[in-house]
Design a protein around this ligand. Structure first.
Ligand code: ATP
Length: 486
């Protein structure tokens, strides 16, 4: 059965995953807020990525030895960068979508979202109504948000909110090499907000105007870049599968040769079958691109354009560089081979909000389970991977007497002290309490009952299998740590 996006969106609102931004003022199109559970879920997604890329990365051991070992470091760079960054990178001139306006209803659309010559918002009621003549010709619309630095307005003080985090890594390439003793090949990772003035934000958080990216620039020798591209392409696809996306819903789509920049040996997108898409269609979660030396060279020399098979600095009508680079030397000197070169870059660029949305959609399930009286009841459950689940453990006293709340309270405090996100709930029938946790994806529920006082054991219930086991009360923290690691 196909999942309903409306049901998922309403669960997100009801249980505090995602709210429309500024909702009490009617919302703000293209902006979203994460509620208590959503903030924790998204934080877990970011941490899973950062852990995989930086904290847990062990440069001493790439098991199959197919590629050499490598270092990974992180940075956090500013959202508003020097305006010249966007001129050299090409975003100032080229980061636009084509837009079309409807003269009749004033709606604005991305031209690639308009399939026919009619306004998509208002299909014709009668022949001749709202026809091609009502739509404007496609026009360029730059997606960067503009702002002003300092008290003086004027073009010379104009700046932009970054539309991607990647440029923060390129402009700091030399700083990182000089300060961190990294040697090529190595990667620089960053997680942070990006902003795009999308013409038609839509599909919940999928296309927002403010969103978060998880990007990594991997710098390597040009001769090895094809091999590294293959490595990252496969590794990034596997990351989503390891965190619970079933392979049926995920594809790794290689771009056709005519979609590639000429300096690139390959680009692949990780795509997910979001429920808001027609069957057989997928939406992009992440792009993995081989970028050659395009970015570092642009920041050295100025905005580059293609000329035949070469990249050359773009010039104006007077033969002067149209947008200068920094003029700084961003090449790399390999002290072993005594070779100087401009490194090639492999870029896995993921969206934290799109990944979070995919994990939410994937987790949503409905089934039927018997209630306390044995009657079948429908159940909604979010089958998050335990590492991503916003709450890991719920602790229940079976009844509110006989010392059970006190024992449960102490266990709850021990879990919190051990850094395990937990909740305590003593309200209502036990079955109802289980349902509440299923609906927010809590993988484990622990119940303190009459036997706990006599034999020192508690029940641990698994969200997905519904299996209940008795385990010693004093082993709960270790037991949960073990389950979260596996
Ligand atoms: P699209 O074609 O969907 O606009 P893109 O190819 O422009 O995406 P990239 O520039 O490659 O996207 O950005 C890398 C990642 O950042 C995307 O794979 C996506 O996960 C995320 N991303 C990009 N734009 C948005 C947006 N408007 N809202 C949410 N996430 C976004």
């Amino acid at each position: 059965m196909k999942k309903s996006m409306d049901t998922i969106v309403s669960l997100c609102k009801r249980r505090g995953f995602v709210f429309p931004s500024s909702e009490i003022y009617g919302g703000s199109n293209g902006f979203w807020d994460y509620g208590p559970l959503g903030a924790q879920l998204k934080r877990n997604v970011r941490e899973a990525w950062w852990g995989d890329m930086v904290t847990n990365h062990n440069e001493l051991g790439i098991p199959d030895g197919a590629v050499s070992t490598f270092q990974m470091v992180g940075v956090e760079t500013s959202i508003i960068m020097h305006p010249q960054v966007w001129k050299a990178s090409g975003h100032y001139d080229l980061f636009h979508d084509m837009m079309i306006d409807c003269r009749e209803c004033q709606a604005r659309f991305r031209s690639d979202h308009v399939a026919t010559s009619q306004c998509p918002r208002k299909p014709s009621k009668a022949p001749g109504d709202h026809e091609a003549c009502q739509l404007t010709e496609p026009r360029e619309f730059n997606l960067m948000f503009k702002t002003i630095i300092g008290a003086l307005s004027g073009e010379e003080n104009a700046a932009f909110l970054r539309p991607e985090t990647a440029q923060g890594m390129f402009v700091n390439f030399k700083n990182v090499v000089d300060s961190s003793r990294v040697k090529i090949p190595f990667g620089i990772a960053q997680v942070g907000k990006s902003f795009r003035n999308e013409i038609t934000p839509r599909n919940f958080t999928f296309r927002s105007r403010e969103f978060e990216q998880m990007e990594m620039e991997f710098f390597c020798h040009p001769d090895q870049s094809r091999q590294w591209y293959e490595y990252w392409r496969n590794r990034r696809f596997q990351w989503y599968i390891d965190l619970g996306i079933t392979s049926d819903n995920l594809i790794l789509r290689d771009h056709d040769a005519d979609e590639l920049s000429h300096y690139s040996v390959g680009t692949a997108d990780v795509e997910y079958a979001f429920p808001f898409l027609p069957d057989g269609e997928y939406g992009e979660l992440e792009g993995i691109a081989h970028r050659g030396d395009f970015d570092l060279r642009s920041h050295m020399e100025g905005k580059l354009v293609r000329q035949g098979d070469d990249l050359v600095v773009e010039t104006d009508e007077h033969g002067q560089p149209r947008h200068r680079g920094s003029g700084k030397d961003l090449t790399y000197f390999d002290d072993q081979s005594r070779e100087r070169f401009a490194p090639h870059v492999i870029e896995p660029a993921a969206g934290a909000d799109r990944a979070t949305l995919a994990f939410l959609c994937e987790a949503y399930h409905e089934d039927e389970q018997p209630d306390d009286k044995g009657n079948m009841q429908s159940r909604v459950l979010m089958r998050f991977h335990p590492r991503l689940a916003p709450v890991k453990v719920a602790v229940f006293p079976l009844i509110k007497k006989e010392g059970m709340p006190e024992t449960a309270g102490r266990l709850y405090q021990d879990l919190k002290a051990a850094g395990i996100a937990s909740v305590y709930d003593q309200q209502g029938a036990i079955g109802r309490r289980y349902r509440r946790q299923d609906e927010i994806g809590t993988p484990f529920c622990i119940t303190i009952d009459g036997d706990t006082a006599t034999d020192g054991t508690v029940t641990i219930r698994d969200r997905d299998s519904l299996e209940q086991q008795r385990i010693p009360l004093d082993s709960v923290v270790d037991n949960i740590h073990g389950r979260l690691r596996s």
